[in-house]
Design a protein around this ligand. Structure first.
Ligand code: PLP
Length: 359
């Protein structure tokens, strides 16, 4: 891709740095399905320690971590409670239904944030007509909620309530480390509120591949069994696990830079009378495009023609994500281009044709 392109589609677009490549090349490996891959084992121990859990298991993707959590917590005919914009419900092909025979019950949050009052009274009585309510899933930071950091006290209330009802509590923490960076609340304190937590190494942390599921030892033993069933057991996996370990060692402290860069974009967006910004807590920026401009797909196509890549996440919404591979200067430039596109579209000036809508 030409260096002039500024890619703000996702924090998954980062490429491994030279240091990360060197760590991958040097990684000691073994067959992690027969017995153990030492680099993967090291990563799993580092992750468990970081998250304050007994054990962790490396997974090929965040979706697999989440779906294996569903699988170990629920049986066919069970339901889980979640926010209606969450990743597990929207972006994993309903795998909980396809693979585990589980249903989801959704509740509308405010930028992805639920309250305990919405959940109280929703646990179904056990009788032969009803599905069994087994689990609550939360997401932190919340992707569709514009990278919102869940308020810690609210999460604690929901967790306390869930546990008092005998429910399992799972966190989709694909971007938990962004929540840690923004809140100053340590990862293990957040994770203490959950039985299991998934995190992604391939988002803000900048590894090319991978996720982990952490939790009590016996749950992770179960997760290992189901990872094999789901086709996610990997052999000399240290080649990629070492990239994730490198990311934990080198890319956590710098997440605040992504958040500062997001504020550069947020400031630009908020300057335009045609764009309405949602509050920006971390590295995700979501804004609404006024109807006068013709919709988000047109806006995204116009940005692309001027060298800025983004996603239209609904007919009226644009999402931008900052990451390891965009600089403050590029965010400044992208911000200027965004304001200019809004002005041009409002004045009826269009350079690009919409090829496809991404939502
Ligand atoms: C990216 C993401 C995942 C996992 O995605 P994969 O592409 O399967 O790794 C899970 N939850 C959230 C909130 C995400 O943003």
């Amino acid at each position: 891709m030409a260096p002039s392109i500024i890619d703000l589609r996702s924090d998954t677009v980062t490429k491994p740095t030279p240091g990360m490549r060197a760590a991958m090349a040097a990684a000691e490996v073994g067959d992690d399905v027969i017995d153990v891959d030492p680099s993967c084992e090291r990563l799993e121990q580092m992750t468990a320690k970081l998250l304050g859990k007994e054990a962790a298991i490396f997974m090929p993707s965040g979706s697999m971590s989440n779906q294996i959590a569903v699988r170990i917590h629920c049986k066919p005919g069970d339901e889980f409670l979640c926010e209606s914009g969450c990743h597990i419900y929207n972006y994993e092909q309903g795998a909980f239904a396809q693979l585990s025979g589980v249903v989801a019950r959704t509740f509308d949050g405010e930028q992805g944030v639920l309250t305990v009052d919405q959940l109280k009274g929703t646990v179904r009585p056990w009788n032969d007509h009803l599905v069994r309510t087994r689990m609550v899933c939360l997401e932190n930071t919340h992707n569709r909620g514009a990278g919102r950091v869940q308020p810690f006290d609210v999460v604690k209330e929901i967790s306390d309530w869930g546990r008092s009802e005998g429910l399992r509590v799972h966190l989709d923490g694909a971007r938990l480390m962004n929540a840690v960076a923004a809140s100053g609340i340590a990862a293990d304190r957040w994770c203490d509120l959950f039985d299991t937590v998934s995190i992604c190494f391939s988002k803000g942390l900048g590894a090319p591949i991978g996720s982990a599921l952490a939790g009590p030892k016996e749950m992770i033993v179960e997760a290992r069994r189901h990872r094999k069933l789901f086709g996610g057991a990997m052999r000399q996996v240290g080649v990629i696990a070492s990239a994730a370990a490198y990311a934990l060692e080198h890319h956590v402290a710098r997440l605040v830079d992504d958040h500062a860069n997001a504020q550069i974009l947020a400031t630009a967006v908020s300057r335009s009378e045609h764009l309405t910004l949602l509050p920006v807590d971390t590295n995700i920026i979501i804004f609404k495009v006024s109807a006068r401009l013709g919709g988000a797909a047109i806006f995204a196509a116009e940005l692309k023609s001027r060298g800025v890549l983004c996603f239209a996440t609904s007919p009226t919404q644009i999402r931008l994500v900052t990451h390891l591979d965009v600089t403050a200067e590029e965010c400044q430039t992208a911000g200027e281009i965004i304001v200019e596109v809004a002005q041009d579209l409002a004045a009826g000036v269009r350079r690009a044709q919409v090829v496809e809508a991404a939502y």
